[in-house]
Design a protein around this ligand. Structure first.
Ligand SMILES: Cc1ncc(COP(=O)(O)O)c(C=O)c1O
Length: 463
């Protein structure tokens, strides 16, 4: 029997033939509201190519991507090493997902991940960030025999039911209740509140992002150490959601390393995919893992069909190789420091710019109410129409005039988040600082930027 049927699906040709129909296809067959959003803000440029930190639109313009697919493209898009690793998996005819076997590549990736996080012993692989959160909730309950899960205000851990139950923002939860019972919300950076919440001794785990992605909120210097102490005192598992902050994003392999803490469970996903194959990983202490998989008849008590698939494992292995070979984490630390310091200088010149903060290449640029009367009136009109609208006056010109793709850090937020590929270089940093300087300068005059604001207000009122 021949292995090659002779048929072929030329995806590149399909893309080329139909890319111009993408908005119509989505309007008819997928999420029409997303199409409306993109058209309203002028992001419907038709991206046709992605390489490294750059995207290219139909007209051939080059964009600097400071969104990284929400943090997926730490190595940039289509990294050659990851691509070659994936091709080699397919060409090697590996025995993928036998199910009644154990995966060699999963064993290797687990070993390599734990070499980066030596205080932990075991790994559970999932297919996404949210699935890793779901696993952590189940493992924590099974390991402690407790039902409660504590989480933070403004937290984001994904949108499946368990993960949504730990979401600190009402806009995501509304309409989907009831959620998981026994979940308790505590303010981020509030150790006394955490202590009170855990003192019931009914809380299995405290799930927390070391740096909150929504709003780019940094922990107070002693917060995570305090979290660790309180969790230990109340025998609650300390779960660090490093799905966004992990794998080098903040200039260290884990963000937790900045504060010298050792969580009982660490969650990874996003960048581990190499930007190609969805994956999630829960790194944990052996005793926690052993409480779930405690007997032969429970060997498959948690898992999923595609977990540990060869392509995902290969993408993870190749990602860790590239991180090391190309000194990607060192680059994130160095260029992150540079960007934060150069963007901070702009605060002296612009009254609307209030704060520049972050670690490595996870950076928040916060705007706020101006002091001068001439700007105050315009700011108030925007704020009254829709809280957080001002940031669109920055992100839209950044995109249109400077070819920089960014995002507002959260719903109704005044913070713009930079989450670039970790491989950006000095020229990209110059591009970013020049663009922000230019756009922020414009927002301090009463010209074009505020007339864009007027349009946005009209849209907001119509919506
Ligand atoms: C901190 C954090 N946890 C969990 C998730 C959910 O990951 P996924 O979208 O892969 O389900 C995200 C996604 O943005 C995240 O930032």
């Amino acid at each position: 029997m021949t292995m090659n049927s002779g048929s072929s699906t030329d995806i590149a040709a399909l893309f080329e033939a139909h890319e111009a129909d993408r908005f119509d296809l989505h309007r008819r067959r997928l999420n029409e509201q997303m199409v409306r959003v993109l058209k309203t803000i002028g992001y419907d440029v038709g991206f046709c190519k992605g390489r490294g930190q750059y995207l290219y639109d139909r007209a051939g313009h080059r964009y600097l991507d400071l969104l990284s697919g929400f943090g997926v493209f730490a190595l940039g898009r289509n990294h050659a090493t990851v691509g070659a690793a994936l091709k080699s998996v397919i060409e090697a005819d590996l025995p993928n997902l036998v199910q009644m076997d154990v995966s060699t590549l999963a064993g290797l990736l687990a070993d390599r991940l734990l070499a980066h996080v030596p205080h932990l012993d075991k790994v559970f692989f999932a297919n996404s960030g949210a699935e890793s959160v779901e696993a952590a909730v189940k493992f924590a309950r099974a390991a402690t025999g407790r039902s409660g899960i504590a989480y933070c205000s403004h937290a984001f851990h994904g949108l499946t039911y368990g993960a949504l139950s730990l979401n600190g923002d009402d806009t995501f939860r509304r309409g989907f209740e009831p959620l998981l019972p026994d979940c308790v919300c505590v303010p981020f950076n509030d150790l006394a509140a955490l202590d009170r919440a855990l003192s019931s001794r009914r809380v299995a785990a405290f799930v927390v992002e070391p740096i909150q992605g929504k709003g780019v909120i940094l922990p107070d210097e002693d917060y995570l150490r305090g979290v660790q102490d309180i969790c230990r005192r109340h025998e609650t598992l300390f779960v660090a959601d490093e799905i966004q902050t992990g794998i080098g994003r903040t200039g260290k392999f884990l963000a937790c390393e900045h504060w010298g803490v050792e969580p009982d469970l660490v969650l990874l996903a996003k960048a581990l995919s190499g930007g190609h194959v969805p994956v999630g990983a829960v790194l944990m202490r052996k005793w926690v893992h052993d409480k779930v998989f405690n007997r032969m008849d429970r060997a498959v008590v948690h898992g999923s069909t595609f977990g540990k698939n060869d392509l995902a494992m290969a993408a993870g292995i190749a990602t860790l190789d590239v991180l090391k070979a190309e000194r990607v984490i060192e680059n994130a630390a160095q260029l992150g420091d540079r960007l934060i310091s150069e963007l901070s200088v702009l605060k002296e010149r612009y009254e609307l710019l209030k704060d520049v903060r972050g670690k490595g290449l996870m950076i928040g640029i916060e705007f706020g109410s101006p002091s001068s009367l001439k700007l105050k009136a315009s700011w108030n009109v925007l704020e009254t129409a829709s809280k957080g609208l001002f940031c669109q006056l920055i992100t839209i010109p950044l995109f249109k005039e400077h070819k920089i793709l960014t995002q507002v850090a959260a719903h109704a937020s005044h913070t713009i988040k930079l989450l670039p590929p970790l491989i950006i270089d000095a020229k990209d940093c110059e591009w970013i600082v020049r663009a922000f300087d230019d756009v922020i300068a414009d927002s301090h005059t009463t010209g074009a930027v505020w007339s864009l604001g007027k349009n946005l207000v009209e849209h907001a009122l119509r919506a």
